[in-house]
Design a protein around this ligand. Structure first.
Ligand code: UD1
Ligand code: UDP
Length: 363
């Protein structure tokens, strides 16, 4: 089988690593990087540390408004599909790169295989919700990470080609956490960080909150972003924040002066796993990170009103907030999970193998 895979944003590189490794043992993959993320610490670092094959094509699309960014991708991906004529198009998740890949293929009657299908926040304001619904409805094979995702699709009338394969991000965590532990002592973790503001000298394990914030609904709304940083300023421990370039630009634009926050450049996946497992709690609006917190048994506060990953909410391992200072502070400092209770909703760490099996049967 010859698949063309489109990736472009940080979480897609991490998801691609386990799948590509298994798929390429028997099949041919043409990897296309749209260039949606392009800074070295948002892109190259993941290829280098996770051994992801070098993409055959980089479309160099870069940043832009949704229409511009998605439109440029569509045009270039269509050209490639006409030339490469693959047996299928593989896409991950819910970014603009996902939608562009799926739409370009679907219009050319090339089957679309969607990994991480069926997730819903039921908030159509999110660009990700629009991308995932549209992608699911034009996909031929839908790999769901959880039973909830399968059920969401069924409610929308999608039952054909749907498989509960487990989550490739669970594969990635299980495979990489031991590697991360062997490579990163605490001292190395600290000394490798590129600190932008604050000091990491006195930082110790379990004595910090790990925070990431980048969702459009939080960053593009000045009131919400200010509330988040006000809450961080009053936490009982320092807040370590690898800052997404989008958020970095906006805190400057809104004149936010982070207090009690140690700002660092985005880090690679291996150090991120270490920072997550050593944090007192994770505070985030990231889809991937709230799950990794769950997988690494670190309690999480998700700085959003909804989550697609509702399994993480069971027994208090993840808690949603209203995005205002009081609620963030209260839930970050006062909630505790029931540590004796944990389900196993994300599969067995072999999602990549299961997806390859499903695709083989399809062919
Ligand atoms: C995108 C995805 C989001 C995902 C996130 C992962 C969409 C609609 N959003 O959001 O679902 O959770 O990636 O991180 O696809 N920028 C840089 N350097 C980079 C990349 C971005 O400076 O390498 C800056 C640019 O100013 C850009 C902004 O970040 O305009 C936003 O980037 P973009 O890719 O449009 O969206 P994300 O917020 O990263
Ligand atoms: N991540 C990382 N370095 C960072 C911040 C995040 O490696 O500095 C990883 C994180 O561990 C998770 C993924 O990036 O695997 C999540 O990506 P992001 O939060 O950008 O997007 P989302 O998952 O919300 O779509």
């Amino acid at each position: 089988m010859r698949l063309l895979t489109v990736i472009g944003a940080r979480p897609q590189f991490i998801k691609a690593a386990p799948f590509s490794a298994v798929f390429r043992q028997q099949h041919k993959e043409i990897l296309v990087h749209t260039g949606q993320h392009y800074d070295a610490n948002m892109s190259d670092v993941f290829f280098n540390e996770l051994g992801i094959p070098k993409p055959e094509y980089n479309l160099g699309v870069g940043s832009g408004n949704h229409g511009v960014q998605t439109g440029r991708m569509l045009e270039k991906i269509e050209e490639l599909l006409l030339c490469e004529k693959p047996d299928g198009m593989l896409v991950y998740g819910d970014t603009n790169s996902t939608l562009a890949g799926a739409l370009a293929a679907s219009k050319l009657h090339i089957p679309v295989f969607h990994i991480e299908a069926g997730l819903r926040s039921f908030n159509m304001i999110m660009p990700e919700e629009q991308n995932r619904i549209l992608t699911d409805h034009i996909s031929t094979i839908l790999s769901c990470p959880t039973q909830t995702a399968v059920d969401n699709l069924a409610r929308e009338g999608i039952t054909k080609g749907v498989h509960n394969t487990g989550d490739v991000m669970y594969d990635a965590v299980l495979y990489n956490i031991e590697i991360a532990k062997s490579r990163f002592s605490w001292d190395k973790l600290i000394s490798d960080m590129h600190v932008l503001e604050g000091s990491v000298l006195n930082l110790t394990a379990k004595n910090y909150y790990l925070a990431t914030v980048h969702r459009a609904e939080n960053t593009d709304d000045k009131r919400r972003l200010c509330a988040i940083f006000e809450a961080f300023s009053e936490m009982d421990m320092p807040v370590l924040m690898p800052i997404h370039p989008r958020t970095r630009k906006l805190i400057l634009q809104y004149d936010i002066i982070p207090t009690n926050v140690i700002l660092i450049e985005p880090v690679g996946y291996l150090p991120m796993l270490m920072l997550t497992s050593n944090a007192k709690k994770v505070l985030t609006d990231s889809g991937g990170l709230q799950k990794e917190a769950w997988m690494l048994e670190t309690p999480c506060v998700t700085i959003r009103e909804q989550t697609e990953w509702i399994e993480t909410l069971e027994c208090g391992w993840n808690v949603l907030v209203h995005v205002n200072k009081e609620d963030i502070l209260n839930k970050a400092m006062n909630t505790k999970p029931d540590i004796n209770k944990r389900g196993n909703p994300f599969g067995d760490g072999h999602a990549a193998e299961k997806i390859v099996e499903v695709l083989k049967d399809y062919k």
